[in-house]
Ligand binder design. Structure first.
Ligand code: FE2
Length: 198
């Protein structure tokens, strides 16, 4: 039997955030803001934590999602979806997050990693993303999850518990995320501009 390798999931050592503070401030944020998605995208929602300085448009519509590649049907042909994003311009915390624990988390992460967009991403119950790949790896801090949630990269699936740990996933390979539970999943997800998997 072939041994499974989790080398596309990198748990950052010596870094753990306070999950109860994340949940408390997530509740605070959700009183004023709600998850949104561009166009008719179903089962997906985003709330941006950072933006291009003083640019409200940079966190609207398709800027909440960004370019990816997918194989939509039996022809097996790869196609490009959505728009290219200049990730390195996303350097300013969105004002509503300023006085929250997310600001502290963002500052710590920024010191350790070269980051692009940082978002809260919602995955609705009993839903999956497309089978796709992204331009860069992604950093995940699960905030609300359940045992029916897993990320799948190529043929390897992994549940990421909401325990304050940070995992960088190799999204430059084909992957998806499914939530097989009956509760929404919410992760903090950041684009990582220096690829640790190369
Ligand atoms: Fe992705």
């Amino acid at each position: 039997m072939t041994q499974l390798s989790y080398s596309d999931f990198y748990q950052v050592p010596n870094l753990k955030f306070d999950i109860s503070k994340l949940r408390k401030d997530l509740d605070k944020i959700l009183k004023d803001k709600s998850f949104s998605a561009p166009g008719k995208i179903s089962n997906f929602g985003a709330i941006s934590i950072n933006r291009i300085p003083n640019d409200e448009e940079s966190i609207k519509g398709h800027n909440q999602r960004g370019i990816y590649w997918t194989i939509p049907d039996e022809k097996g042909k790869e196609v490009t979806r959505d728009i290219m994003i200049d990730e390195s311009k996303y350097t300013q915390i969105v004002p509503e997050f300023e006085n929250t624990y997310f600001n502290e988390v963002y500052s710590i992460l920024k010191k350790k990693f070269k980051l692009g967009r940082v978002r809260l991403l919602l995955k609705e119950p009993r839903s999956t993303l497309s089978w796709h790949k992204d331009p860069e790896p992604r950093l995940h801090i699960p905030i609300i999850t359940n045992l029916g949630c897993s990320m799948v990269i190529e043929n390897v699936a992994k549940h990421l518990p909401a325990d304050g740990h940070v995992t960088i996933t190799n999204n430059t390979k084909y992957h998806n995320f499914f939530n097989g539970g009956e509760q929404s999943r919410i992760h903090l997800v950041a684009c990582v501009l220096e690829n640790p998997f190369k």
